[in-house]
Design a protein around this ligand. Structure first.
Ligand SMILES: Cc1ncc(COP(=O)(O)O)c(C=O)c1O
Length: 417
């Protein structure tokens, strides 16, 4: 994003925003005036159509339709129909994704299913810096089934190639690191794991809606992810699980609820797994929670992920350039500067990062903080422009320059950071 000897100035940002092919999408979201929202990597904003869709589901489908809506409004099939709408966003085919439960629960299902496919192996590989729930679910599943060694890569530990061998059953990785924004080359890593006969589960929480994924990336593996970040499905929105076609029928998940049965309404006493991806559904789907996600997917169906990626890299590149130019003495950029190696966020290290983020939020720029010292900023091209990125860094410069963050009120830790 540099031009000449420095980063873009505000007028150049305004000019870029005026030509932005995605500028119209901003109108599809409700964003409070006077706020620059750089936390869509944690919780996406409200799609403008969502309140009416929620109202429709509540008053018409539930209120008027009552029990009939399980059939008439397609409630029963929502895990699959919404899964088919998410599939193209993660490089998956129709019939390989279902939506329901949480990311953690979906990871548990995929992990136990994958471990059962490699009964003779006793190692699970993950990354020391992986999102904690992933590590905790690995530990819980290992404890339950028993006898698994956990090998962790990264964080100055070994590389993947150093830990892969014939004992590895499953590799569980987040494609984009939640703290640093660093991105794995998904297809290549999957191939490396498959070469030793291991299976791969990708956590796509920071990828879905952030960047395009190809069939090559996703089709060979298991994947899980949430819909409340870049997919803008709302707080606690249901998560997705993808199971490659070639694993379906073989992969047996452990939470054998009635909606994953071949014929739930036969009410027979013995569990028989449903064909295909339906076996990964557990129970009664969260109908009300799908409603905002459906409004968001209506928007996603009108935009090109390639355009989203191009703009995302332009915005994050501009942010890094401005930080380098204005704030080099105050903060350290921990996200890869190489565009191909980062997702859609940039993280800055500052020893008092929590207080700095609180001061920024009070000044109208919303980012977040991850212990011990990282300030995270998400770049979401559907509703952010270059000028806002420029103004956000200018605000950060002011706060760091004036030492605003030193005020005691910015140091009191809330439960959610
Ligand atoms: C990479 C990653 N995995 C999982 C989760 C959360 O899982 P859950 O939706 O089960 O709370 C997060 C939440 O931020 C995440 O960043």
């Amino acid at each position: 994003m540099t031009h000449g000897s420095g980063p873009l100035d505000r007028d150049a940002c305004l000019a870029l925003d005026a030509q932005d092919p995605l500028a119209w999408v901003r109108e599809e979201f409700e964003l409070p005036a006077g706020t620059i929202y750089l936390d869509g990597n944690s919780l996406g904003p409200l799609p403008s159509a969502a309140p009416a869709r929620v109202q429709e589901v509540v008053t018409q489908e539930w209120g008027a339709g009552l029990i009939r809506s399980w059939n008439d409004a397609g409630w029963f099939d929502k895990p699959r129909t919404i899964g088919d709408r998410i599939a193209p966003l993660i490089g998956a085919s129709a019939g390989t994704v279902v939506v329901g439960d949480t990311t953690s629960v979906n990871l548990f299902k995929a992990l136990v299913a994958a471990l059962r496919m490699r009964p003779e192996r006793d190692v699970i590989v993950s990354e020391a810096g992986n999102f904690p729930t992933d590590l905790y679910m690995i530990q819980g599943a290992s404890e339950l089934i028993g006898g698994y060694e956990q090998r962790l890569i990264g964080d100055s530990g070994p590389e993947l190639v150093d830990v892969l061998d014939e004992r590895v059953a499953v590799v569980v990785l987040s494609q984009v690191d939640y703290r640093t924004g660093r991105m794995h080359a998904m297809a290549e890593v999957t191939r490396q794991a498959h070469d030793v006969g291991a299976l791969v589960i990708w956590d796509l929480c920071h990828s879905a809606g952030a960047l395009p994924l190809s069939r090559e990336d996703c089709e060979a593996a298991f994947a899980i992810g949430c819909t409340y970040k870049y997919l803008n499905g709302g707080p606690g929105a249901p998560a997705f699980v993808h199971v490659a076609s070639r694993h379906q029928g073989v992969a047996r998940q452990p939470l054998t609820g009635w909606h994953g049965h071949q014929d739930p309404f036969a009410f027979t006493p013995d569990y028989k797994p449903a064909e295909g991806i339906s076996h990964f559904i557990i129970s009664t789907p969260p109908v009300l929670s799908y409603a905002p996600l459906e409004s968001s997917l209506d928007i996603w169906e009108k935009v090109s992920l390639d355009q989203v990626r191009t703009k995302s890299l332009a915005l994050s590149g501009l942010f890094i350039d401005l930080v380098d130019a204005w704030l080099g003495d105050h903060v350290e950029v921990v996200t890869p500067r190489e565009a191909g190696q980062r997702g859609s966020q940039v993280s800055l290290r500052h020893p008092q990062g929590y207080a700095v983020v609180q001061a920024l939020i009070e000044a109208g720029v919303i980012g977040d903080f991850r212990a011990p010292d990282l300030m995270r900023f998400g770049f979401t091209p559907l509703y952010l422009g270059h000028t806002e990125v420029h103004d956000a860094v200018a605000t950060l410069r002011r706060i760091l320059g004036e030492g605003t963050w030193e005020d005691q009120r910015f140091h009191e830790r809330a439960k959610v950071t």
